[in-house]
Ligand binder design. Structure first.
Ligand code: PMP
Length: 443
């Protein structure tokens, strides 16, 4: 085989044969052109330095897990069933775990059969598989404004056109969804998916109200659009209430995604899709071609944990820990950043900040990092380049004291920038339409 020779640093690249830095540049598939490192990944190296308070990554608080119990489960698994745990397994996933997943989903009023569950390598792989089997280049995916950055990355990789629909404090706005789908239809666009995170939204911190749930499902059904319901945080509601999944209103019209990453631990990389029968068949085929099978070791570890440990107690403990951190965040925002607005999350890991007019969260980030606080700028969560006035704050990982310190540092940066804007005029886009428009702060 003839490899293009890497150009020497002193020679120009051969025309049509790549660039000086990457001799393979012209060989990449077109679908890779939309791929880029997420703003979160770019931040990780600095944000992980101990002196920086990171309100950026959505890393679960694993110090809250009883590691000795987890170690015991893994140890016993290897000793007693090691040759199965370390072997290849079924493409659809371990049947015992799929059975247990149906009981986890029953907490959200989902009635399901293990045959319709596909275990995946995190729900991230489920997002990839669903997009892979439905989306051709140029197809439209309708998604909340803002949307989970990892899902946007998948949609981009399959060359989908993402069209955002606004949310408010009660989640996705049904009238806006109806208007968007009607417009897209009149333009002759092919809308393949409605991607939504109904509970404790990443990054919005909002929850789709009970009243809106049947309305959203009915609109999608009327327009013939499959709903992709992504629900990794559903059991992490601070008051313990669990709203019925969209899936319960129309099991044939929804692919539901779940994950053990937030309720147990992300390191196992175990998530799942619950899908109507025909879709499930294709998901399994797509998954087998991608990974052969999900890890038996991970699946059996989780299965043993669910069977022998108090997983509901653990989820309750996580809820309490995250509630305390949510309270610390909102309290610090009210004290130090009263000029901003934010959503009040009823669960999950995130609150969504709207900065005072004229500020640009992306442009401000290097200053913030110098002041030893990190966040993710709102632009990461839009496919259309907007979101400059917004910030996602994650409160899942730092202690309440560190959160308070982080918000205080952030407030210093914001207030300095605000002084500059007052002196010299606007720094960023002042648009907040097409995003969550939260009501008055209730912190
Ligand atoms: N969906 C959402 C909304 C998420 O926040 C995440 C993780 N941050 C994922 C999917 C992927 O999670 P995992 O692959 O760990 O299950």
């Amino acid at each position: 085989m003839n490899h293009p020779s890497p150009s020497s640093p002193h020679e120009p690249a051969t025309p049509g044969r790549g660039t000086r830095l990457d001799p393979w540049f012209d060989s990449y598939a077109e679908r890779t052109h939309g791929m880029r490192a997420s703003e979160i990944r770019a931040l990780f190296s600095v944000a992980n330095r101990p002196e920086v308070v990171s309100l950026a990554g959505g890393m679960p608080f694993l110090a809250g897990l009883p590691m000795d119990v987890v170690a015991e489960v893994t140890d016993r698994l290897l000793r007693e069933r090691g040759t199965v745990a370390l072997q290849y397994g079924s493409g659809q996933g371990d049947v015992a775990l799929r059975e247990q997943i149906t009981t986890v989903m029953a907490e959200e009023a989902i009635a399901s059969h293990p045959d319709d569950v596909v275990v995946t390598t995190g729900s991230q792989q489920a997002l990839d598989l669903v997009t892979r089997i439905f989306v051709d280049p140029g197809d439209v995916v309708v998604a909340e404004a803002p949307s989970y950055v990892g899902a946007l990355g998948v949609f981009r990789a399959y060359q989908a056109d993402v069209v955002h629909v606004p949310m408010d404090d009660d989640g996705l706005v049904p009238e806006a969804l109806e208007a968007t789908l009607t417009r897209l239809e009149s333009e002759g666009r092919r809308v393949k998916l409605l991607y939504t995170v109904p509970n404790f939204h990443n990054p919005g911190g909002t929850t789709l109200s009970l009243e809106r749930r049947p309305a959203i499902v009915a609109i999608a059904r009327r327009h013939g659009v499959l709903i992709l319901e992504d629900n990794p945080y559903g059991l992490l509601g601070f008051d313990g209430d669990v709203l019925p999944a969209l899936q319960t209103y129309d099991p044939e019209g929804v692919v539901y995604l779940g994950s053990f990453s937030k309720t147990f631990a992300p390191g196992y990389r175990v998530g799942w899709a619950l899908a109507p029968h025909a879709i499930r068949e294709r998901l399994v085929l797509a998954s087998e071609s991608a990974i052969l099978c999900p890890s038996n070791m991970s699946q059996m570890s989780i299965s043993a944990y669910l069977a022998t440990c108090d997983w509901r107690g653990q989820v309750k403990q996580y809820r309490e820990q995250y509630r305390e951190r949510r309270d610390a965040t909102l309290g610090a925002l009210a004290e130090f950043l009263p000029d901003a607005r934010w959503t009040v999350p009823a669960g999950g890991f995130y609150t969504w900040l709207t900065l005072p007019e004229g500020l640009d969260a992306q442009a401000m980030l290097p200053r913030a990092v110098t002041e030893l606080v990190a966040y993710v700028p709102g632009t990461a969560f839009y496919a259309d380049g907007t979101g400059h006035r917004h910030i996602r704050l994650s409160y899942c990982y730092p202690t309440p004291e560190r959160i308070e310190e982080g918000v205080r540092r952030l407030a210093n940066v914001v207030n300095d920038e605000l002084d500059l804007v007052r002196m010299f005029g606007t720094a960023g886009d002042s648009q907040v339409s097409g995003t969550i428009n939260p009501g008055p702060n209730q912190a």
